[in-house]
Ligand binder design. Structure first.
Ligand SMILES: C[S@@+](CC[C@H](N)C(=O)[O-])C[C@H]1O[C@@H](n2cnc3c(N)ncnc32)[C@H](O)[C@@H]1O
Length: 331
């Protein structure tokens, strides 16, 4: 199934691009956003995606829009380097539509779906360790932390222990083998979702460093957007949306509004770096959700860059979860 762009009209409206604007579509996918934005205004657009299989879509847009369009294969945390590669010193718009695409989920060989048997891969890009590497090499404690933190799985310890037991017999290499094991360990009783759902989500988030990528991309966007430039983010699950919400909240509050981020008794003058477009996240309309059920959990948040220096922020660290370099060293 080709990917249907989610909240496309809302995204275009929130970006509000004028002729001559430079914009980055950080999650190119099948190019739904890029095509619509290029068609609406005489802008220049740089598209990023870590997945090399999106190239044919990029080539189609290059043929249609010429040098107004460029594509770079990179994780979107590489936003700044990609913008510099274009010879641009700033941008008027940045958009992220995070998560996996329909093309990725629907292709059994990519290993994202417990509904389709395939290799236990789950990488959006073509480098780094796979989900099979994680389940076959990480400790029970690390796996349990991943399932708990990135999957909010209540049976995280049981799931991790079962994996460590099973792999002592033979490595887990397929989505089917892992899904069957999760049905045995976490199934039983009526459940709203498949028993493997949260474990698969957690492994996908871990293997692609999805939350770290998002955090670094938001910080890079804050550095690269010119004053009045716009940042628009569509997120699909609460872990991501929480990071986006927190990012904008910290950067759009001023002390006079009673910011909780100003220590009592200290005179910190914080100038907001963003003003929010709307106080709450926007949701897709009922019509879109009925036409495309995958849109139902989308949440759009957007902000307008103000004329203040970017804020510093520490990296995200998740307790008991080894980073991907540490996993790589275990393989
Ligand atoms: C939901 S799809 C985007 C669909 C797109 N808006 C469209 O209209 O066709 C998400 C895309 O973002 C890419 N992606 C996800 N995380 C990424 C990251 N950290 N860096 C670069 N690309 C990423 C995925 O490979 C996927 O192609």
């Amino acid at each position: 199934m080709i990917h249907a762009p989610v909240m496309l009209d809302e995204v275009c409206t929130a970006l509000d691009l004028k002729a001559g604007a430079r914009v980055v579509d950080c999650t190119f996918g099948a190019g739904g956003y890029s095509r619509a934005l290029l068609g609406r205004e005489d802008i220049s657009l740089l598209a990023l995606d870590r997945d090399p299989t999106v190239r044919p879509h990029a080539e189609a847009l290059a043929a249609e829009f010429g040098d107004r369009f460029a594509f770079t294969q990179t994780p979107f945390s590489g936003l700044e380097a990609a913008i510099a590669g274009q010879g641009w010193d700033g941008v008027e718009g940045v958009v992220l539509d995070i998560g996996v695409s329909s093309m990725q989920i629907d292709n059994a060989d990519r290993g994202f779906s417990f509904m389709r048997d395939g290799p236990l891969d789950m990488r959006m890009g073509d480098t780094g360790p796979t989900a099979a590497d994680a389940v076959n090499h990480l400790s029970a404690q690390a796996l349990s932390a991943i399932f708990r933190t990135f999957g909010e799985e209540r049976g995280a310890r049981r799931a991790a222990a079962a994996i460590v037991n099973a792999r002592a017999e033979a490595p887990l290499q397929t989505t089917g083998a892992l899904a069957d094991l999760m049905v045995q360990v976490l199934g039983g009783g009526w459940q709203k979702i498949h028993p493997a759902t949260r474990v698969f989500q957690a492994l996908r988030i871990y293997i692609n460093d999805e939350l770290g990528e998002l955090h670094r991309a938001l910080l890079a966007a804050e550095r690269m957007l010119v004053p009045a430039g716009r940042l628009v983010v569509v997120a699909f699950h609460s872990l991501e949306d929480r990071i986006v919400k927190q990012f904008f909240r910290v950067r759009s509050e001023s002390p006079s509004q009673g910011s909780r981020h100003v220590p009592v008794g200290e005179a910190i003058v914080f100038t907001p770096t963003f003003s929010m477009l709307g106080r709450k996240a926007q949701k897709p309309g009922a019509e879109e959700v009925s036409a495309n059920p995958r849109a139902r959990s989308a949440r759009l948040r957007a902000g307008i860059r103000q004329n203040a220096a970017p804020m510093a922020a520490p990296p995200l660290i998740f307790r008991d979860i080894p980073d991907l370099d540490t996993l790589e060293a275990l393989i």
